[in-house]
Design a protein around this ligand. Structure first.
Ligand code: ADP
Ligand code: MG
Length: 300
């Protein structure tokens, strides 16, 4: 597997405020990464540092194998970190032509990219006649003109209507399926869940979780249990090979699973050990609950 971007103990301070704190993660080729966190959690700052538009306070990042300068590496990166801005009176096609001229790339890919973002029929329309979704798609076409190794998007669906959001998400998935690595920042959990294979969860500039999205979702759940003899119950749970952690609160005992176990099988095991339950519920946290717990818990 080849590495596109390595971020190592990155910190950014604005005066007394630490916007990004000791952040480390790696972007591998071919995956779709989401940086997920509430507003103000440091997503844009992190992207800005990697793209050389924000100065880091400390730490490191390196593009690709680290042997090229950031300046040269960024020629293989397509990024949209601001609202798409083109010349309003110029057509979509002419705007992209100008981008090619400025970046010194040839114009051979313009039609192909307009086709990809579904703007080919509007190629001769002025930019100012475009909806926000179309503007965003034109920006994506523009960022792809030189076939970058990675496409970076900051809150790509902000401000769009539901159809516009759907279209951008489908487009991102299509670009990823063509082999382009993607890194997007979003405060929307469902966006990351739908579009990304990997996630870095940030809160107040600190990484709370990073890993595969499906592994974040696939927690095995937990049992809520009550028994007259809760001491015996807890002893049993603590020795149980499928149980990770046991928490007692009032007369309710919560047992977290580290592997799948059905409620009926579990109940049978308890019964056979002479433990009788007055309450048994199996629950699973949704990704949303896990995310809210991660980002809202001040002691996390
Ligand atoms: P996000 O993109 O996750 O919403 P940002 O990276 O934009 O978060 O911001 C992280 C924190 O840094 C916020 O508290 C924000 O107010 C602060 N911040 C961002 N840019 C600046 C700046 N240029 N000067 C001072 N503070 C800033
Ligand atoms: Mg932001």
């Amino acid at each position: 597997m080849s590495t596109i971007l390595t971020i190592n103990n990155l910190t950014k301070k604005y005066g007394l405020l630490t916007a990004v704190k000791n952040l480390s993660f790696t972007i591998e080729k071919g995956n779709v990464y989401g940086i997920l966190g509430p507003n103000g959690s440091g997503k844009s700052t992190t992207l800005g540092i990697a793209l050389n538009v924000v100065n880091k306070t400390s730490g490191d990042f390196k593009w690709f194998d680290g042997k090229v300068t950031t300046h040269n590496a960024l020629k293989k990166v397509g990024a949209i970190i601001e609202r798409p801005n083109f010349y309003p009176y110029m057509t979509a096609y002419k705007n992209l032509e100008l981008v090619c001229k400025i970046k010194g790339i040839d114009t051979s890919k313009i039609l192909e990219k307009l086709e990809l973002v579904d703007l080919i029929e509007r190629k001769d329309s002025k930019f100012q006649t475009f909806s926000l979704g179309m503007k965003q798609r034109l920006a994506i076409a523009s960022a792809l003109l030189n076939d970058p190794e990675i496409l970076i998007l900051d809150e790509p669906t902000n401000g769009l209507d539901p159809q516009g959001i759907h279209k951008i998400r489908a487009l991102i998935q299509q670009i990823a399926s063509n082999g382009t690595t993607i890194l997007l920042a979003s405060h929307l959990l469902d966006e990351v869940e739908k579009v990304c294979t990997h996630v870095v969860v940030l809160r107040k500039g600190e990484k709370l979780y990073s890993g595969r999205v499906d592994e974040m979702i696939s927690s095995h759940g937990f049992f809520e249990l009550k028994s007259e003899d809760s001491a015996k119950l807890i002893t049993f749970l603590e020795a149980h090979p499928s149980i990770n952690k046991t928490v007692k609160k009032d007369d309710m005992v919560t047992a977290f699973l580290k592997e799948p176990l059905s409620a009926s099988e579990f109940n049978k095991q308890l019964f056979n050990s002479g433990i009788f339950l007055s309450h048994l519920i199996m629950r699973k946290e949704s990704l949303e609950e896990q995310f809210l717990k991660l980002t809202d818990n001040p002691s996390a």
